[in-house]
Design a protein. Structure first.
Length: 325
């Protein structure tokens, strides 16, 4: 369905964006990536190694109005993934979140309003926009009560898309992603995706620290399943202007997640450790997604078992460790 389509991916050198780019190139799309390669963020040129000759990379920042006005012009679809993505970092420095997640999104939307109002935009927000859950699984009608600036700026960005859809007819699909894991993620610090961080520690044979008693529940989704969801949502007109959870309604405890990683890795160990003050304040408790809305709209649910997804992920990082450690 994307053959010969012109696609822009903001943040396309990062984890989810690069997996999306690889898939789109396979489908015959013309892919342009905008990524400013902010140091310590998830951008990594090795991520697009298999398609490096087949994509166009624009090393611009999404807050650069001129660059964005130029690059969005002829695109059929835009996947907006660039942003500050660490909820831990946003606790001590809110400005990158405000600059990239809010201002950057406003720059993209204004550029589209002026020069490409036909484009379909897919935005990747976060489950963190809900905050603590009152009822599980969490569906899209649940209250939003973000616990940090990262989550708050994502909610603001999501609401801006709604406003531009309603006021200017800019069509977008708004997703709230759960914990995504898989190949091509940033693994240099524990401030980013937790499952990938555990995998790095297991491979390095470092003892994994589990906060609390390890019994908090989370849903996790393999990156290929996430990419499937983003691509399908972009193509379904009935989804425009709507919010969708991209998650799983079958949760795991952190202890189960870590035990499974250690089992499949073949070695490793873990210990329990008390929450730090800053982590305790941000911890929303049990969370898993109600995915009945997205299932009804596009027939999506995760199809990669946790065992299979973990096996593929561990294998990838063992093979390409030098590019991620
Ligand atoms: N990975 C997850 O588990 C997860 C969960 C919920 C939501 N999300 C959302 O999905 C999106 C992608 O996440 P990811 O895990 O792939 O992150 P990532 O850090 O791997 O990728 C983000 C990319 O955006 C680029 N970027 C950041 N700010 C930029 C700017 N101002 N201008 C241009 N490029 C910029 C970075 O260089 C990086 O390559 C983010 O919006 C994130 O909030 C991810």
């Amino acid at each position: 369905m994307f053959a010969s389509k012109r696609i822009l991916i903001t943040g396309g050198l990062g984890f989810i964006g690069s997996n999306l780019a690889i898939r789109l190139v396979k489908e015959g799309a013309y892919v342009t990536i905008v990524d400013s390669m902010i140091s310590d963020y998830g951008g990594n040129l090795f991520n697009i190694h298999p398609i490096k000759k087949k994509v166009h990379i624009n090393f611009s920042d999404i807050t650069d109005k001129n660059a964005m006005e130029y690059v969005i012009r002829d695109k059929d679809s835009i996947f907006h993934l660039a942003g500050q993505v660490s909820h831990v970092l946003s606790l001590t420095n809110p400005f990158p979140d405000i600059d990239y997640n809010i201002t950057g999104t406003a720059v993209l939307l204004e550029a589209c309003r002026k020069y490409n109002p036909q484009a379909i935009i897919v935005f990747t927000g976060t489950r963190g926009q809900y905050g603590s859950s009152i009822k599980l699984p969490v569906d899209e009608t649940a209250h939003t009560n973000p616990k940090g600036i990262y989550e708050l700026t994502n909610l603001t960005a999501e609401k801006m898309f709604k406003v531009y859809y309603e006021n200017h007819g800019i069509r977008s699909v708004l997703t709230r992603l759960t914990n995504i894991y898989g190949p091509r993620a940033q693994m240099k610090s524990n401030k980013y995706g937790v499952v990938n961080w555990f995998i790095r520690q297991a491979i390095s044979n470092e003892q994994i620290s589990l906060f609390g008693d390890g019994l908090i529940k989370r849903d996790v989704v393999y990156v290929d399943d996430c990419v499937d969801a983003l691509l399908s949502l972009a193509q379904r007109e009935a989804c425009y202007g709507e919010i969708f959870n991209v998650g799983d309604d079958k949760p795991w405890t952190f202890k189960q997640i870590v035990s499974k990683i250690i089992e499949l890795n073949g070695y490793g160990s873990f210990k329990f450790t008390p929450f730090s003050e800053e982590r305790k304040k941000q911890e929303p408790g049990d969370f898993y997604s109600d995915i009945s809305k997205i299932s009804a709209a596009i027939g999506w649910k995760p199809t990669t078992s946790f065992t299979k997804g973990l096996r593929k992920t561990i294998e990838f990082y063992k093979k390409y460790k030098e590019f991620y450690w």
